[in-house]
Design a protein around this ligand. Structure first.
Ligand code: IDP
Ligand code: MG
Length: 137
């Protein structure tokens, strides 16, 4: 069984969408194997979004992702990574299909409610970063 890292971002928490996101993954048939609320600091943001350090939107992304609590989760099940990404919708929520989380709850390219691992290496890295003994939190 595959595991993926899913996180409700600060906008999703502020909009009271934690239950909505959890419910969608539960109803799809995934198993919740880790969950915690935390506040991301700059150091953790730079590790989590390492691939984006230096990009034009990076400083804005750090202010956003550190602006309030997030809810970090590990969901487990068949094709959890790809199915999870499909359930999120594309990055730019304004382009995301209705029926996806981003497509139902946001119009923003940055404040797009949720994060989901984009592949097996990211999933392992992100789960370790947020939940592993080696993690910062
Ligand atoms: P993903 O979250 O769909 O994997 P990434 O390209 O990995 O998308 O970008 C990480 C996060 O950075 C996005 O979810 C979004 O919050 C933010 N982001 C990505 N591209 C832009 C942009 O062009 N402007 C503003 N924020 C962006
Ligand atoms: Mg990504």
């Amino acid at each position: 069984m595959e595991q993926t890292f899913i996180m409700v971002k600060p906008d999703g928490v502020r909009l009271c969408l934690v239950g909505e996101v959890v419910g969608r993954f539960e109803r799809r048939g995934f198993t919740l194997s880790g969950l915690k609320a935390l506040r991301i600091d700059r150091a953790l943001a730079e590790r989590h979004y390492a691939e984006h350090v230096g990009k034009p939107f990076f400083e804005s992304l750090v202010s956003f992702i550190t602006s309030g609590p997030v809810v970090a989760m590990v969901w487990e099940g068949r094709d959890a990574i790809a199915v999870g990404r499909a359930m999120l919708g594309v990055t730019d929520a304004g382009q995301a299909a209705p029926g996806t989380i981003r497509g139902d709850f946001s119009l923003s390219k940055e404040q797009n409610i949720v994060h989901g691992s984009d592949g097996p290496e990211s999933a392992v890295r992100e789960i370790k970063l947020f939940f592993g003994e080696d993690g910062l939190v």
